[in-house]
Design a binder for this molecule. Structure first.
Ligand code: TRP
Length: 350
């Protein structure tokens, strides 16, 4: 397993170099589940990178993975509101619907149909040993549904319908990208006589520090440790006030020994043009209190314009819906072409 991860990381570095020199040769796809509001972790570790790729000239697809919401829960929840909220954050962050195709996979029938031949290419054993599926099963405290077991194959359809070769994701998504590579390879050998119908995509894993919640645990709504992008400056201050620090008056950047303090410094650093060590040095003997003030200001200043743009988008759901529909239509036409090709190579083009 480590060798698989190492290989994936080294492919990630290679493709990153190739993107820098030949951006237009690449197509990226990534996305999020519309389960709730995005937070500063999403902003610092994924939204900004997507915008950078778009600005570099990489052909970009951004997916709102609505069907994935029901992999590990019984109801869709506030899915429409969550979808529009996600879209508002994408647009506010600078994902430009004229240059990036933003879409929901439920609205792209041909994408979903690809899952059928793809399911024939994976084994039950492969699905059952997927570590991310296992973790999600445990966390869901429900019986394993057919969709939870097979959603990595659906995710392969998300990626392959547009023949994306670059998939920016966190490390937890590596097993799915590996499974997608297997699906692409087997499709090409079994159904296409070795023709490269599908590329084997590469995960673009960001090496940044993982941003945690204000208590140093994984950011999660149920833990109340999340700094939401849409929070007001006061709500932001209140959450950061509750943050866990320690009683040492001198703030230092020591991720191993002082993980909560280091995490707060990482958040401030993400919004300021300064390394966490440098920020620590400016705080003198101010302790946790000075640190929290710094982080609050960094987040509120860093997000001021994003929040303003977000508010304007969110106030106009009709416009958001129109933008999403246009993205859905564009994705659907790409998916239709891919499905037509798949039917043809599988001799099902009657
Ligand atoms: N599984 C991803 C997550 O939970 C979301 C996702 C769905 C995705 N389809 C994708 C990410 C395709 C990258 C590529 O965050």
């Amino acid at each position: 397993m480590t060798t698989t991860v190492d290989a994936a990381m080294s492919r990630s570095r290679e493709i990153s170099a190739s993107i820098a020199t030949h951006p237009s040769r690449h197509r990226m796809l990534t996305g999020d589940r519309p389960t709730g509001d995005l937070h500063v972790g999403h902003y610092l570790s994924s939204l900004r990178n997507r915008v950078t790729l778009q600005e570099q000239g990489v052909d970009s697809f951004v997916l709102i993975a609505d069907y994935q919401v029901i992999t590990d829960r019984d109801s869709v929840g506030q899915i429409k509101a969550n979808t529009l909220s996600l879209l508002a954050d994408y647009l506010a962050a600078g994902i430009d619907p004229d240059r990036s195709t933003i879409f929901a996979h439920s609205a792209v029938p041909a994408l979903n149909q690809l899952m059928l031949p793809f399911l024939s290419l994976v084994t039950q054993a492969e699905l059952q040993r997927n570590p991310t599926v296992k973790d999600e099963l445990k966390a869901s405290q429900r019986p394993l549904s057919g969709l939870l077991l097979t959603y990595p194959v659906h995710q392969a359809a998300d990626i392959l319908f547009c023949k994306a070769d670059v998939v920016p994701v966190g490390r937890d998504q590596l097993p799915h990208v590996e499974q997608t590579r297997v699906v692409a390879r087997r499709f090409n050998t079994r159904f296409a006589n070795g023709a490269q119908v599908f590329p084997e995509p590469t995960a673009l894993v960001n090496d940044q520090q993982l941003i945690l919640g204000v208590d140093g645990q994984k950011m999660s709504k149920s833990r109340g440790n999340v700094i939401r992008l849409r929070a007001t400056p006061d709500e932001t201050a209140a959450i950061i006030r509750k943050a866990r620090t320690d009683s040492e008056a001198v703030i230092t950047y020591e991720p191993e020994r002082r993980p909560e303090v280091a995490n707060l410094l990482n958040i401030a650093s993400g919004f300021m043009a300064a390394a966490p060590e440098e920020l620590a040095a400016t705080l003198g003997t101010g302790g946790g209190r000075a640190l929290k003030e710094l982080v609050t200001e960094a987040v509120n200043d860093g997000l001021r314009e994003h929040r303003e743009r977000r508010r304007r988008y969110a106030a106009d759901p009709a416009q958001l819906t129109q933008i999403l529909r246009a993205g859905n239509a564009r994705a659907a036409s790409v998916a239709d072409n891919t499905l037509a090709e798949v039917r043809q190579v599988m001799a099902m083009d009657y």
